[in-house]
Design a protein around this ligand. Structure first.
Ligand code: CS2
Length: 481
C-alpha cells in the first residue's frame, strides 16, 4: 500500500464562506479545494463556517471537539491512497429542527466578511419542482418560511432571511453558490430565492434580483456514505477520526465566474472557472449520474450491492456503453476539447474502483428528484430527434419496480424518497403492469408530459417492466439487443 500523507499547515484563516450542508460530499470536495487555497496563501480570507440545517447534530459536535480538523482519504485504487488532513472548516453549527444554532448561523451569514454562501443540501433541499424548477410553496418547510420568515427551516428561507438582514444593515450581498446536482443550479436557486422573498417584501425581492449573484457550478467526486469498515480501515492508517471521509482520487469542480463580491483564486487550486457551466453540467449529469442511476435500479433489483460489483458484470458494462454512446451523448453539446470516448472510459474505470464501497441503495434514493435531469430531459430530446431511448426506458421500468420496496427475489429494501408514500399508494392501487406504468408516467412532477404522452416511450417502458418481472434483469438487458 502506497500511503501519501498531507498535513494541514497554516495557523489561522478568517472565515469568508458560510456553507449549508456539512455532509460527506462537502467535506471531501469543496473543503479540499478551499484547503489547497488556504495552504497556498498560508491562511487568508476564505475559511469555511459549515452548518448542518436538517440533521446530524452529532457530526457538528464531534468536529467541534476535535477543533474541526478531519481527514479525507482519497483512494486511486486499493493500493494507492492519499490521506489529507483538512483544517479549512473553521466553525461548525447545527441549525436543524430544534433550531439550536439557527440564530448564530444567520448572524454569521450577515457578517460583512462572509462574501460567499455555498450549498450542498441535495436536490430535495431546495424544494423545487424537479420537472420545471418552480419553488414548491406548499412544501411544509417553505410554507413555514413564508409564515415565519425570521426563523427559517429551509435553505432558501435561510438565504432570504440573511439577505434581508444584510440589506437592512447596509451590508453588501453575498454570492450564492449551489453545489448540488441539479441542472442550471444557480439560476434555479436564484428564481426560488427571489420568489420566496417576494412573499414577504417586494423591495427585498428586487434588491436580491439586482445585487445577488448566483453562479452555476458542476461538482464531481464519488463520495460514498461512510461505513464502519471505512472507519476501521482509516484508523489502521493512523486516522482515528469519526469525521473522516473516504472518496475516489478523481475530483472536478467547474464554476461560472460570477462573484461580484470577490472569491478565492480557485483557478490555482484546480477549479475550472468558466463563462458557461451548462455543457459540463449536462455531460456530467447525463453520463455519470445517468449511468449511476441505471446501475442503481437495475443492480438493486438483481440483488447487487455496490457500483463496483455491478460494473464487474459484462451486461451492465454493455448497457452503459450503449446508454452513454447512443442515448445520452447525442443530446449533449460537449465542452470544447472533450474526448467523449475517454470521458466514458474514465467513468467506467471510476465505477470499477473497488476500494470504495459505494452502495447502489445510496444512489437509488430520491429518484423523484434525480430522474428528470439524469434521464428524462435527455430522453425527451432524443425522442424529438427520432432517436432510440431503449436503455432509458429500461431504467425507468427498473425505477418503477424498485419503488415497490423489494427486489426481484422479493427481498425488501427501504424506498427513501420525498414521494415514497405516493409510490406506495400507486403500487397498492395498480396490480396490472399497464395501469401501474401509466400511473407512474403520469406523475408530471417527475416525467415531462411530452415524454409520458409519447407512445414509443411509454410502450418501451411497459415492455421493459414486463421483461424485468417475467425474466429478470440480465434477460431484460439482453432483450435490448
Ligand atoms: C450519485 C452521486 O448518489 C448519487 O445519486 O450519482 O452522488 C455521484 O456519486 C456524484 O454526483 C459524483 O460526482
Amino acid at each position: 500500500m502506497a500511503l501519501h500523507r498531507v498535513g494541514s499547515q497554516y495557523a489561522d484563516a478568517r472565515s469568508g464562506i458560510v456553507h449549508l450542508g456539512l455532509g460527506a460530499f462537502h467535506r471531501a470536495h469543496q473543503a479540499v479545494y478551499v484547503e489547497r487555497n488556504l495552504a497556498r496563501h498560508g491562511g487568508g480570507d476564505w475559511g469555511i463556517i459549515s452548518a448542518n440545517i436538517r440533521s446530524n447534530r452529532r457530526l457538528v459536535e464531534l468536529m467541534r471537539q476535535r477543533d474541526r480538523r478531519y481527514h479525507v482519504a482519497e483512494y486511486a485504487d486499493r493500493a494507492h491512497v492519499t490521506l489529507r488532513e483538512i483544517g479549512a472548516i473553521r466553525e461548525t453549527l447545527y441549525a436543524g429542527p430544534d433550531g439550536a444554532d439557527l440564530e448564530a448561523l444567520l448572524a454569521r451569514m450577515s457578517e460583512p466578511g462572509v462574501r460567499i454562501v455555498t450549498l450542498t443540501v441535495t436536490e430535495k433541499g431546495y424544494h423545487l419542482s424537479p420537472a420545471d424548477g418552480r419553488l414548491l410553496v406548499d412544501a411544509p418547510p417553505i410554507a413555514h418560511d413564508i409564515a415565519e420568515p425570521a426563523i427559517p427551516h429551509s435553505a432558501p428561507g435561510m438565504l432570504v432571511e440573511a439577505l434581508a438582514r444584510r440589506r437592512a444593515a447596509g451590508t453588501p450581498a453575498f454570492t450564492v453558490l449551489s453545489c448540488d446536482n441539479i441542472p442550471d443550479n444557480g439560476r434555479r436557486v436564484r428564481r426560488a430565492v427571489i420568489e420566496l422573498a417576494r412573499h414577504r417584501d417586494e423591495g427585498l425581492a428586487e434588491w436580491i434580483a439586482e445585487h445577488v449573484a448566483f453562479p452555476c457550478s458542476m461538482v464531481d467526486r464519488i463520495v460514498p456514505a461512510m461505513t464502519d469498515d471505512d472507519v476501521a480501515r482509516l484508523a489502521a492508517l493512523g486516522a482515528d477520526d469519526p469525521a473522516a471521509v473516504v472518496c475516489e482520487a478523481f475530483s472536478q469542480w467547474v464554476i461560472e465566474d460570477d462573484f461580484p463580491q470577490g472569491r478565492p483564486d480557485w483557478e490555482h487550486d484546480g477549479v475550472q472557472m468558466v463563462a458557461d457551466v451548462a455543457p459540463f453540467e449536462a455531460m456530467k449529469l447525463r453520463l455519470l449520474n445517468g449511468s449511476h442511476s441505471l446501475l442503481a435500479y437495475l443492480g438493486a433489483l438483481a440483488g447487487i450491492e455496490t457500483v463496483s460489483e455491478a460494473v464487474g458484470r459484462h451486461q451492465f458494462v454493455g448497457l452503459l456503453h450503449r446508454y452513454m454512446g447512443e442515448e445520452a451523448a447525442p443530446t449533449l453539446t460537449l465542452p470544447a476539447g472533450t474526448d467523449l470516448d475517454a470521458y466514458a472510459a474514465n467513468l467506467l474505470a471510476r465505477f470499477a474502483n473497488d476500494s470504495l464501497h459505494h452502495r447502489l441503495q445510496q444512489i437509488a434514493m430520491d429518484g423523484s428528484q434525480k430522474l428528470h435531469q439524469r434521464w428524462l430531459a435527455g430522453a425527451r430530446a432524443r425522442i424529438d430527434a427520432g432517436g432510440d431511448v431503449a436503455c432509458t426506458a429500461l431504467g425507468v421500468a427498473a425505477w418503477i419496480r424498485y419503488t415497490a420496496g423489494n427486489n426481484l427475489a422479493g427481498e425488501s429494501h427501504p424506498v427513501n424518497d420525498p414521494m415514497a408514500e405516493t409510490f406506495a399508494a400507486l403500487h397498492e392501487a395498480h396490480q396490472e403492469p399497464a395501469a401501474l406504468v401509466a400511473a407512474f408516467l403520469a406523475l408530471d412532477a417527475i416525467v415531462p408530459r411530452e415524454l409520458a404522452g409519447n407512445t414509443r416511450f411509454s410502450g418501451a417502458v411497459l415492455d421493459a417492466y414486463r421483461a424485468l418481472n417475467e425474466s429478470g434483469v440480465e434477460a431484460a438487458i439482453r432483450r435490448l439487443g
